[in-house]
Design a protein around this ligand. Structure first.
Ligand SMILES: C[S@@+](CC[C@H](N)C(=O)[O-])C[C@H]1O[C@@H](n2cnc3c(N)ncnc32)[C@H](O)[C@@H]1O
Length: 313
């Protein structure tokens, strides 16, 4: 298999992430492209797997520059996966609903827009217990539209839920937020055509990984040492034990000959003596690249930091 003809198409014509997501990798794409395994170019790699898909910046970039027979996208967040699968199966209906929302919203005064935002947020949270996440149904269309609307209009444009899965971000102060991007959503739907998209823990991808697979891991950032003890009390958080379980899983997949890449925050940004990656990924290539921390509630923590990129090739 050779790189698809799409690799020649302009970046502007490619599907882009449709949600702003914590830890989005758009700004690391250059560093990631440089380190893709040769098998993606020469056609020996035929499957793409991303078990922490989030906003999908790397998937959209790589899958539209190269061709794969199939892709598997996983994430533990069921609402995120609901949006992906709704776009994949029913993009036109979704665009219809979202365009109506955008039209209604833009007609309102700022006070009424605020009311509309909080009404939508409440409806979204109240509907959660009744959603059947296993089977696509009409309720998915409304929910996907609500998520896209809330993401575009909320503070920092960041879709974030609390431990109960409730969305609690306040309204942002955008004059004229672009709520619906029909063209991008249609491109996303096309980019997802040969993808299997599932809710799940990252280990669920194991049966789909073989020597012709490239796996890109972008887990939630490893907490800083100072806070690690605290977050490990939260059963659902991606704590230190989860980071170690992931390193163990990386070693397991390495044995089957798959090509693997993992990115994470560099703990040495905060503590030069923290050798977590040197220890947990001792047999692999560890590189450090510059990144700009875009989304951080602590303004002082925004700026240039290192990220680690681990590869097994
Ligand atoms: C750093 S984000 C991925 C960002 C993504 N690469 C992007 O560019 O937008 C990490 C993702 O891991 C998901 N996640 C957390 N725990 C998980 C688990 N145990 N298995 C799979 N996904 C998980 C979160 O829902 C989140 O979407």
């Amino acid at each position: 298999m050779s790189p698809s003809t799409e690799s020649c198409s302009r970046d502007a014509d490619k599907a882009k992430p449709f949600l702003k997501w914590a830890g989005g990798k758009s700004q690391l794409l250059g560093e990631i492209r440089k380190r893709l395994p040769a098998g993606i170019e020469d056609g020996t790699i035929t499957r793409y797997v991303e078990p922490f898909i989030g906003g999908g910046a790397v998937f959209f970039d790589v899958s539209q520059s190269h061709s794969f027979d199939n892709c598997l996208l996983l994430d533990a967040n069921e609402d995120l996966i609901l949006v992906y699968r709704t776009i994949q199966s029913s993009v036109d209906k979704l665009v219809g609903i979202l365009s109506n929302i955008a039209y209604e919203y833009h007609e309102l005064s700022p006070e009424k827009q605020s009311e509309y935002f909080y009404k939508t947020r409440l409806a979204f949270n109240e509907a959660k217990p009744g959603i059947d996440y296993s089977t696509f149904g009409p309720a998915w269309l409304d929910r996907a539209a609500q998520i896209l609307f809330l993401n575009r209009t909320c503070f920092n444009g960041l879709f974030r839920v609390n431990s109960r899965g409730e969305f609690n971000v306040p309204i942002g102060s955008y004059k004229d937020p672009a709520i619906c991007h029909p063209e991008n959503l249609r491109r996303v739907a096309r980019a997802l055509q040969n993808a299997e998209i599932r809710v799940g823990d990252f280990e669920a991808c194991a049966p789909s990984v073989d020597s012709r697979t490239f796996v890109y891991f972008d887990p939630p950032y490893r907490p800083l040492n100072k806070t690690a003890k605290f977050t490990s009390y939260a059963s659902t958080a991606f704590d230190e034990a989860s980071q170690l379980r992931l390193a163990q899983f990386f070693r397991q997949l390495d044995k089957c000959g798959a090509k693997l890449m993992l990115s994470n925050s560099d703990p040495k940004n905060e503590d030069p003596d923290d050798d977590f990656f040197e220890n947990a990924y001792a047999d692999f290539t560890i590189e450090r690249v510059k990144a700009t921390r875009m989304i951080n509630s602590d303004a002082a923590a925004r700026g240039q930091i290192n990220e680690v990129i681990v590869t097994n090739y």
